[in-house]
Design a protein around this ligand. Structure first.
Ligand code: ADP
Length: 639
């Protein structure tokens, strides 16, 4: 025996990783609610271990103790206050034991700790979602011994022991053992109830009834529920769906909707899918935690398969079971399997059809769906095969909505569109209030043209890559051709309409524009008269064919460019301020007041667009203008 082998055989004492210590501390000292779920976690681990061995067996792998029954056995020793949970699953080697139960700091731990601080009472309910369920056993145990033997040939049986405080020991087991794992739980004095058969039975029935392997307590089978998705729809009660959903997702609420289908041709499969009421991706940290469970003839092939549905439908939870896939299919080649691809296309299209129906028949429910999952769903713009269905399912807030909660579809938009309108307009902003004050909106209000309000740059990405809906191109309000809009009649009367400028003044106005252009110099591409403004004196717009404002902003935020994009400054000659400026200009075209106003208008516009990085100059200038105006004010008022 080599030297390393000899040291391996000795008992080694190890420390838990810091995160795991913290986790154990919280489990033992702060979580008193719902301790019984420790059993669910151990059963779920046992079931996973047996899924794994069944998978190896289907692949034709060679392993030990092939004839052991795939079942979970639970029994207790009342005198010693010990509970045993045993499986004949895949077992663990020495290295796996050390890695899995103690040394690897799992990312789930941090996430779980975060969840605990926000939501204490539910923490024990959700621990299983974070991949750290095993440690919940220390809520009821003063000592735990895990005895395990790997399915691999020539691996010795091992024993892991811990009191859940600082560390654990691992040593070879000095008794005979068949393949699998036995968890020996030395219960705390206040946890004696978990040696009672009736208590164990009720816990298993409550939390583990959908486990597909037999669960036996004191040799008696407890779980008898068959694979629900294979049952005829008519025979299933709503509560059964809800129960299965909760089992699957650890959600404490009922699902928003259930999709249960059975397809026979051209490929046979059943699917039982759920749409959760809320986004289960708490804090956005379990993003990877999506996918459907894939079964072949009731045998679990893969937990959370990520290819059955595209990512934007990742909020859907559930199982898919097919007769037509081979049992020994390898997870690695699934994606290339034609039958699998057909199943996945069919499942995707079923989900979209279901949502379409929901949108038509139950708009209230659909709105709930949108509020919970719209953000992820919107990413579906890249699913070209389903683009038509997808676009019909999109929802937006818009200028015609009464508040920021109301939503419309693209069909709603098109229906109300102006007869001569050829484009669908949108604007991106941080809130409804901000958008409504944006000068770009003025012409749309005046012409009574609806504008979609986007609050997330990803929405604009989606629209610009979709390009159009039906024949109508998506267009950002700052890239619109104002001439086209001005051909439409006004619906709003301009209350402060001004006398048109005289011919002479028009000329002066042109040279005033030139003067402003000289002041702003390289910072703008042009200064010109605005045909879109009503209430604002000036606005910055994009030169034709330049990249969209959102793109510019994203490049700015991500540091790809530090420069401020050059835009066209448009001046509203029918604004009181500009009319007064014209008077100043006519009296003295070099007046410094003009410079101050031009600078201020430019920087105010930058500020509105989010580009002004240093406010000092702007604030100083405003102070100066205020000072001047205070003098005029006191003079006029004769103070
Ligand atoms: P999770 O099961 O979510 O990964 P746990 O903390 O419950 O997290 O378990 C950690 C790991 O320990 C498991 O991923 C598995 O590899 C291993 N494990 C736990 N229980 C068993 C068992 N009964 N048989 C084989 N391996 C097990």
């Amino acid at each position: 025996m080599s030297e390393t082998k000899t040291t391996e055989m000795k008992a080694t004492k190890r420390q838990f990783k810091a995160e795991i210590k913290k986790l154990l501390d919280i489990l033992v000292h702060s979580l008193y609610t719902n301790k019984e779920i420790f059993l669910r976690e151990l059963i779920s681990n046992a079931s996973d271990a047996m899924d794994k061995i069944r998978f190896e067996s289907n692949k034709g792998t060679d392993y030990i103790d092939k004839d052991l029954p795939l079942e979970i056995n639970i029994w207790a020793n009342k005198d010693k206050n010990i509970l045993y949970v045993q499986d004949h699953g895949i077992g663990m080697t020495r290295d796996e034991l050390i890695k899995n139960l103690g040394t690897i700091a799992k990312s789930g731990t941090e996430d779980f700790l975060k969840a605990v601080t926000e939501n204490k009472e539910n923490a024990s309910n959700i621990i299983g979602r974070f991949g750290i369920g095993f440690y919940s056993v220390f809520m009821v145990a003063k000592k735990v011994i895990v005895k395990t033997k790997s399915y691999l040939k020539d691996e010795p049986a091992m024993e892991w022991e811990s009191d859940g405080m600082g560390g654990f020991t691992v040593k070879p087991l000095n008794e005979e053992m068949k393949r699998g794992t036995i968890v020996e739980i030395h219960l705390k004095d206040d946890a004696k109830e978990f040696t009672e058969k009736y208590r164990l039975e009720s816990i298993v029935k409550k939390h583990s009834s959908f486990i597909s392997f037999p669960i036996k307590i004191e040799k008696e089978r407890v779980n008898t529920i068959p694979a629900l998705w294979r049952e005829p729809k008519s025979s299933i009660k709503k509560e059964q769906y809800v129960e299965f959903y909760k089992f699957l997702t650890y959600d404490t609420e009922e699902p928003l909707d259930v999709i249960h289908t059975s397809v026979d041709a051209p490929i046979q499969f059943s699917a039982l899918l759920f749409i959760p009421k809320r986004n289960l991706d708490w804090f956005g940290i379990t993003r990877e935690d999506y996918g459907l469970d894939l079964y072949v003839r009731r045998v679990l092939i893969q937990h959370k398969n990520k290819d059955l549905l595209p990512e934007y439908l990742g909020f859907v939870k559930g199982v898919v079971d097919s007769e037509d896939l081979p049992l020994n299919i390898s997870r690695e080649t699934l994606q290339e399997d034609i039958i699998f691809t057909k199943i996945s296309n069919n499942v995707t299209s079923q989900v979209l059809s279901h949502l379409t129906k929901m949108a038509e028949k139950e708009p209230g429910k659909y709105k709930q769906f949108w509020e919970a999952h719209g953000k992820i769903f919107r990413l579906g713009y890249s699913d070209y095969a389903n683009q038509d269905k997808f676009m019909k399912l999109l929802r937006f807030n818009s200028s015609s909505c009464k508040d920021e909660k109301e939503l419309i579809s693209l069909d709603d938009y098109v229906e109300k569109m102006h007869k001569k309108q050829k484009e669908i307009y949108y604007i991106l902003g941080s809130s409804r209030a901000a958008i409504e004050m944006d000068p770009h909106m003025e012409i749309f209000k005046r012409k009574g043209i609806e504008v979609l309000y986007l609050y997330d740059p990803l929405e604009e990405f989606a629209l610009s890559s979709l390009m159009k809906y039906k024949d109508y191109e998506f267009k950002s309000v700052d890239q619109v051709d104002v001439k086209k809009l001005n051909k439409l009649d006004d619906v709003e009367k301009n209350e402060n309409e001004m006398e048109p400028l005289s011919k002479d003044d028009e000329k002066h106005f042109s040279s005033l524009l030139q003067r402003i252009k000289n002041i702003l110099g390289e910072r703008v591409t042009d200064v010109r008269e605005s045909k879109r403004l009503l209430d604002s004196p000036a606005v910055l717009v994009n030169p034709d064919n330049s990249i969209s404002s959102t793109m510019q902003k994203i490049m700015h935020i991500t540091g790809q460019t530090k420069s401020i994009p050059k835009k066209i400054m448009e001046i509203n000659k029918n604004h009181k301020l500009i009319r007064n400026l014209l008077k100043v200009y006519k009296a003295n075209d070099k007046d410094e007041y003009i410079t101050n106003v031009a600078e201020q208008l430019y920087e105010s516009a930058l500020l509105m667009e989010g580009y002004l990085t240093d406010p000092h100059k702007l604030v100083n200038r405003i102070n100066k203008l205020l000072e001047q105006s205070s003098e005029w004010y006191t003079a006029v008022k004769k103070l």
